[in-house]
Design a protein around this ligand. Sequence first.
Ligand SMILES: *Cc1c(COP(=O)(O)O)cnc(C)c1O
Length: 384
Amino acid sequence: MKVPLLDLKAQYAGMREEIRRAMDEICDQQAFILGPCVEQFEQETAEYCGSAEAVGVSSGTDALLAALMALGIGPGDAVITSAYSFFATAGSIARTGATPVFVDIDPVSFNIDPAAVKELLEAPRKRLQGLVPKALMPVHLYGQCANMTPLQAIAAEHGLNIIEDAAQAIGAEYPATDVAVRAGAIGDMGCFSFFPSKNLGGFGDGGMITTNTPALAEHLRRLRNHGSEPKYYHSEIGGNFRLDALQAAVLRVKLKHLDQWHRRRSRNAAFYNRAFAGSPAITPTAVYADRNLNHPHIYNQYVIRLEKRDQVWEHLKKAGIGCEVYYPVPLHLQECFSALGYRPGELPESEKAANETLALPIYPELTDEMLDYVSKTVLQALQL
Ligand SMILES: *Cc1c(COP(=O)(O)O)cnc(C)c1O
């Protein structure tokens, strides 16, 4: 049996006609950039995420970049973020000229550790020397929200803005004081990606920025269009960060299925959790699962921890199972950031995660037979 890490053809098979009709409408209109379809998709995304506004952009990376630009972040500023994430988190900070300041993760959730952020800001300020801390960029890794309540308290105390990197977490819920809030509606801005492998994936690149602050939304709409307002008059420099109508058309169709896909992913996760109980494979913890939420974790990735990770990885590959390491090198040890002077051992939980994590197939269309094959093969590999 072969089980790919992700099978987008299986998803497309069930919605081929609907998607083609939606794309056909755009083809007939021959209006490809922004426009009414993008606006409708923005409204639907804002509604889905529970935010006042949403601004469609060209990718998740550009969402992060534009959000930082909207806050005026640049050289001399520090943006505090997780050392364990996809590269775009740190890359977008560096591209503004600001300095990413990395802090360690909580080993259970894989998300930024609020205590480590507090310590950075309050104890020995070594990593912040000569920089002005401006923003926090927590990442909701693998589809589960970072612990936002303490982060919001720290941000308020130190006058920092919060940009959520919600690229992997559309629809993930967080237990705020007495209500469930969704990723992207918690900080000042939330950044989403519609890269095809995300839970809501387009037919190419795409992204979205959510915000509850109308002035930020207005600024982002200018920035995504070279900062122009009115047309051909530029009081500031933006970029081409626009979302295509064809992507919006596809994504509008898919958005209607998103909650159902989240549920299938959760069910698949429960299957693996049962299969791995009592084995040396450490299963992911949905840390807010007992808080009465519909989607405490959307499982964009189902990631286990293994001491013998590389050995299991090899075995799975040979058995025809798609799996991947997200991510093999933590951000603070990436070569391009060597000038920042981080040393191995400095952020031990991120480094340990990089050595132990393995993502297994979790996509909604997996059959019980496939789940069974994957879990038995993992257990078998652990006995070698
Ligand atoms: C996918 C992803 C991004 C970047 O999104 P793109 O649409 O690929 O540019 C940023 N951050 C995280 C955590 C991601 O997973």
